[in-house]
Design a protein around this ligand. Structure first.
Ligand code: ADP
Ligand code: ASP
Ligand code: MG
Length: 401
């Protein structure tokens, strides 16, 4: 029997009316004779509200207790959605992450799924029940609740599709699919009919939060047919798949990431091993460094600048302070008033003009570039945060209008 996995995001279930809408969509699939498993997110801004609630009591709460709290958001959604389906008269059961067999590693707040024990879900499907699973959560080997990182319900859905060998995994959200840029920022952005796993993975990792990046990674690994669609209409969505033929389009999309902090180590001794000292220190503490630039030495001194996520900034500054005698910089500066803006496209390999064209767009818009990084499939620049949205629009106009 055909099996469909669907995922509904927070805006798709934000109130009673939307929950009923989703219930009808699900029962339509069931009525057509297919089996269906659904992963759901917390309603609307519930996760953000829960984080605020925690902060009122303890801004430094342990990640274990944060996971315990945040997982409740999805538990509300699954129960309400199951009740809505009951009301429509169909057999249904809701399952939390652990009931659905999601086993993760130990990393609270950003856990990875290790296995899904599908026995329970399979038994429910065999009884021809609709199965509603709480997204974003699992359980670790100490039986503690874990969460998969913000936006992680997408990954729950893809993992279910892979484990259950579903025919398709449909991600329902508040936009019609994957666009050439965030349609909230760029009015002229348009929907892509399809996009390769690699391009989507880059876009998602570079800030296009329409899909959780790990969900794309997993879809590629297990060859899950993935589709992004709107829960509010029946328009064709975007298919994320293995696109064999590289299209003529050089650039497929523009993304922006505000979760960036820049650190500058000014006046570091220009001797071998300095970069090694700094970055091995951070690596040992699990801090990933993204963009890096090092100036040419001048009078025996050089500057090293790099970016980390905002979350990692306090820890990074603490480590640099603790090791200041070894690093021996004249000054350490940091700011979070920056954003990373990137273009992605498998067609840009071997195309020398792309970077120049991107920089020209920024120059025309009088936007200063702080840092640059390139790879075969993307180019990223760091700009002041106040310029980021204008930068996205200018770059989009240049390549995709
Ligand atoms: P959900 O709650 O359904 O998971 P999200 O808010 O996580 O929804 O993701 C959908 C949002 O992603 C859209 O409303 C849109 O503003 C944003 N977005 C960012 N980049 C893109 C893009 N390239 N294409 C489509 N949407 C994008
Ligand atoms: N509710 C979680 C979040 O807001 C997970 C998700 O929506 O995918 O991040
Ligand atoms: Mg999301």
């Amino acid at each position: 029997m055909e099996l469909i996995v669907q995922k509904y995001g927070g805006t798709s279930v934000k109130d009673a009316e939307r929950v009923m809408n989703v219930a009808r969509r699900i029962t339509d699939v069931y009525k057509s004779g297919k089996n269906i498993v659904v992963a759901v997110s917390a309603q609307g801004d519930t996760t953000d509200d829960l984080i605020e609630k925690a902060k009122e009591i303890n801004p430094n709460a342990s990640k274990r207790e944060m996971d315990m709290l945040l997982a409740t958001g999805e538990q509300i959604s699954i129960a309400l959605l199951a009740m809505a389906i009951e009301k429509l008269g169909y057999p249904v059961i809701s399952l939390t992450g652990w009931q659905a067999g999601f086993h993760t590693d130990r990393k609270h707040s950003n856990a990875r799924i290790k296995t899904i024990d599908t026995e329970r879900i399979q038994a429910e499907l065999d009884r021809r029940r609709i199965v509603i699973v709480a997204g974003f959560q699992g359980i670790n080997r100490y039986d503690d609740i874990t969460t998969l990182g913000r936006g992680g319900s997408d990954t729950s859905a893809v993992a279910l599709a892979a484990a259950l060998h579903a025919d398709v995994c449909e991600i329902y959200t508040d936009v019609d699919g994957v666009y050439t840029a965030d349609p909230r920022i760029v009015k002229d952005a348009y929907k892509l009919d399809d996009i390769s796993y690699d391009e989507m993975l880059e876009l998602a990792s570079l800030g296009a939060n329409v899909l959780h990046n790990r969900s794309v990674e997993m879809a590629k690994k297990y060859n899950v047919k993935l589709c992004v669609r709107s829960s509010l209409n029946n328009n064709e969505g975007t298919y994320v798949k293995e696109v064999k033929q590289v299209e003529k389009m050089l650039v497929r999309g523009v993304a922006r990431d505000n979760d960036v902090a820049r650190i500058a180590l000014c006046g570091v001794e220009d001797t071998p091993g300095k970069a090694f000292t700094v970055f091995s220190l951070l690596a040992k503490s699990g801090i990933s460094v993204d963009l890096i630039i090092q100036s040419i030495g001048n009078n025996g001194k050089k500057d090293i600048s790099f970016t980390v996520t905002e979350e990692d900034l306090p820890m990074t500054l603490k480590l640099l302070e603790e090791n200041k005698d070894v690093i021996n910089a004249n000054e350490v500066k940091s700011t979070t008033d920056v954003s990373k803006v990137s273009i992605v496209g498998a067609g840009m390999v071997n195309n020398a003009g792309v970077a120049a064209k991107m920089f020209e767009a920024l120059y025309d818009a009088h936007i200063n570039i702080n840092m640059i990084a390139t790879s075969e499939i993307k180019i990223s620049v760091l700009v002041d945060r106040k310029d980021a949205e204008r930068a996205v629009v200018a770059i989009h106009d240049k390549f995709l209008k």
